[in-house]
Write a protein that binds this ligand. Structure first.
Ligand code: NAD
Length: 265
């Protein structure tokens, strides 16, 4: 059942931002290739979008060959991937005081290596066809390291680094790339946190912002606007000022440890 619609591969499509993106892009005429660890999430998405061209596969983004196979299977059903949204991610506490190597490896494995594996599964085909669009769902946490979010910040900063480099290299091939840095968004991932989340967005609003960045082929997009300006301004501050502000802010946010109430995985 290959479709003539442009194919959007979304990792982490079973929940939160990925799921909301699947809805918006399907309404805009994309065929959706949905990947997630959660079969339940994928089945209910397929149910919701049953009138739209959609295929799904359970796969773990940390397993490069499993993911490759899943993507080949989806492409055989829908056609080659035009748009990758590398969105699957996890978030939980990774602190300096209780430094946990396993927790660090796991978060970097999903959020950074998982993004690299997702790119690897579609990029050779895009280069061959000389078209495509790669989108990495990063975070405002990529702008600098935050206390108790060491692994999360490192993974997202790594995503930005991959995308910054490939953007320059892939431009002559007609392949676009977009780094998206959302602020706080109401999803199962942030249910994991307690405390004030400034400018918290509904997931549908976040999806609309991301689709705006994709449609306009922006190379780097942070939202909401208030966060964008705060982050830009902060980059001009001396590190000592930044640290003071971050300490005050993060003292009010309670993170949960891996296993305490995991968002997923
Ligand atoms: P979510 O928990 O609602 O969704 C994440 C999805 O990823 C889940 O369906 C989960 O099953 C899937 N997933 C997790 N590990 C996976 C794996 N190894 N392989 C395949 N799928 C896997 O979270 P969300 O808030 O929608 O997060 C989506 C992305 O947005 C993440 O990359 C997250 O870091 C990023 N983000 C979220 C926020 C926020 O405030 N919610 C802010 C900035 C960035």
């Amino acid at each position: 059942m290959t479709s003539s619609a442009p194919v959007a591969l979304i990792t982490g499509a079973g929940s939160g931002i990925g799921r909301s993106l699947a809805r918006v892009l399907a309404l805009e005429g994309h065929a959706i290739a949905a990947v997630d660890l959660s079969e339940l999430g994928l089945r209910s998405l397929a149910d919701e979008l049953k009138d739209k061209p959609l295929a799904w596969a359970v796969a773990d983004v940390t397993d490069a060959s499993g993911l490759q196979n899943a993507v080949r299977d989806l492409e055989s059903k829908l056609g080659p991937v035009d748009l990758l949204i590398a969105n699957a991610g996890v978030g939980y506490e990774t602190s300096a005081v209780n430094y946990n190597v396993d927790a660090m490896n796991k978060i970097i494995g999903v959020n950074l290596i998982g993004v690299s594996n997702s790119i690897g599964a579609v990029l050779p085909g895009m280069i061959e066809r000389k078209r495509g669009h790669l989108v990495g769902i990063s975070s405002i946490a990529s702008y600098r390291g935050l206390p108790r979010m060491l692994g999360y910040c490192a993974s997202k900063a790594g995503v930005n680094a991959i995308f910054e480099g490939l953007r320059v290299e892939l431009a002559p091939f007609g392949i676009h790339s977009t780094i998206v840095c959302p602020g706080w968004v109401k999803t199962p991932l942030t249910e994991n946190l307690e405390g004030p989340m400034e400018h918290l967005l509904e997931v549908e609003d976040a999806a609309r912002e991301i689709v705006y960045a994709i449609r306009n082929k922006l190379c780097f997009y942070t939202f909401p606007g208030q966060m964008r300006w705060k982050m830009r301004l902060m980059q001009f501050w001396p590190r000592s000022w930044q640290d003071g502000m971050i300490r005050r802010l993060m003292n009010r946010v309670k993170t949960k440890k891996l296993g305490e109430k995991e968002a997923q995985g």
